[in-house]
Write a protein that binds this ligand. Sequence first.
Ligand SMILES: [Zn+2]
Length: 171
Amino acid sequence: MSTRVVSFFAISLVFAATGCSGAPDDAAATGADESSSEEALSGNYNRQTVYGWAKSRGADAPGDLLSANETKQKLVNALGWLYGYNAPRFYISALNSDHPTRDGAHGHNGGYCADLYAENSGDMLALIQKINANPNVTQVGLGGAYKNYVSHVTKPHFMDNNQTHVHISVY
Ligand SMILES: [Zn+2]
């Protein structure tokens, strides 16, 4: 077993023991630990770790996170980043298999998107601000009450349906 693999598992174990404590599990391998800026914190997150966080916070189909066929690694990274970097508590209302409509190869059904909502409705803006800072997210959709915060979104965005949620895409 290589040193790289050993350190990967060691760090993963630390994550498993401490929960949402912060850094991507291969930060050392990517050099992301050399900077404290959020932009640099874009290393790969362990699927099992992010699955555990999603399951503990409430998610309709967190098992999608365990499959590369269901969720792209970059989406795992986007969610891991939110859990790890002090985003307000949020739920995942749809990943892929539980998305209510078929939205194509570059959408939820391609494994590139998640729908989220803040546990506390007073945290909508704070969640959007963390999504703005998330280096993995490429596009944002605003649904329901989140539409009221459109002026705060700094990434490419669109208006989604009337269900209160924020859609993130990594495609
Ligand atoms: Zn969506």
